[in-house]
Design a protein around this ligand. Structure first.
Ligand code: ZN
Length: 252
């Protein structure tokens, strides 16, 4: 944890620091060694929150984009009595869960139903090598998206056809060069992608999932065509995403 309560004040770890966990209220001690990021650990070995991940530089960088009061917020369900520490919870109630390691689908589902107003930010660095971004596709909200069909070819080429051009005689196949202007006009950041050994757990998420590869953009995992079970990645500038999250409007 980045924070513990020291004399009732939310404090970062300091050498020989002692404090209390804001969630379970048990004693914590500061760990300020050279190897791991400075953090607080519970004095007893059992951790109060079984959803908690070991903190990394990556978690810290993301948390630091938000005010201190929004970081590591205890979230309490009055009906079940369940308590967890949200990585970030904005003052408008949007929870941002930062996920570095793979997550089981059971845990994913229980976190989504616990927090409800939740978005996921996933550290994609570990699977970046398995993921390739493919051609641009029109915004799924556009009429072009309803008309366009994809024929997967050898990478990186994808051939296209239009449903409106399908006839009893057959269908005309288009190369990207023929239709890229049309796509560009309807482009809102969506790309097809190939993902070897995909972390399929994320496909089951009902809350929005944003992949962070350490670039100046994040990539939202979206269902592009539910009938075809076709997914796309939507490229969003990191600055814009953070600004939206700070204003709690992501998801609106
Ligand atoms: Zn605790």
């Amino acid at each position: 944890m980045k924070y513990s309560l020291v004399n009732g004040i939310k404090s970062e770890a300091f050498i020989q620091g002692r404090g209390f966990c804001p969630s379970c209220e048990k004693e914590t001690e500061a760990k300020c060694g050279a190897k791991k990021i400075h953090h607080w650990a519970h004095k007893s070995l059992n951790h109060c929150d079984n959803w908690w991940e070991n903190e990394t530089e990556w978690h810290r960088n993301w948390k630091s984009l938000f005010p201190k009061e929004w970081q590591e917020v205890v979230h309490f369900d009055e009906i079940t009595g369940e308590k967890h520490i949200a990585d970030v919870k904005t003052d408008a109630g949007l929870v941002i869960e930062l996920q570095n390691s793979p997550i089981s689908s059971a845990e994913l589902k229980s976190r989504e139903s616990f927090y409800k107003n939740l978005i996921w930010v996933v550290n994609g660095k570990n699977f970046l090598k398995n993921l390739s971004l493919r051609n641009k596709v029109p915004s799924p909200a556009s009429s072009l998206a309803n008309d366009i069909g994809f024929i997967k070819g050898k990478n990186p080429h994808t051939a296209y056809f239009f449903r409106s051009e399908v006839s009893s005689v057959g269908v005309e196949i288009h190369d990207i060069s023929e239709i890229e202007d049309k796509i560009e006009l309807n482009y809102e950041g969506h790309h097809l992608f190939d993902w070897k050994r995909p972390r399929t757990g994320w496909f089951e998420a009902t809350c929005r999932v944003f992949l962070d590869f350490g670039f100046q953009e994040v990539y939202e995992l979206v269902t592009y065509d539910p009938k075809l079970n076709l997914r796309a990645l939507r490229k969003i500038s990191l600055d814009f995403f953070v600004k939206q999250a700070q204003e709690s409007v992501v998801g609106l």
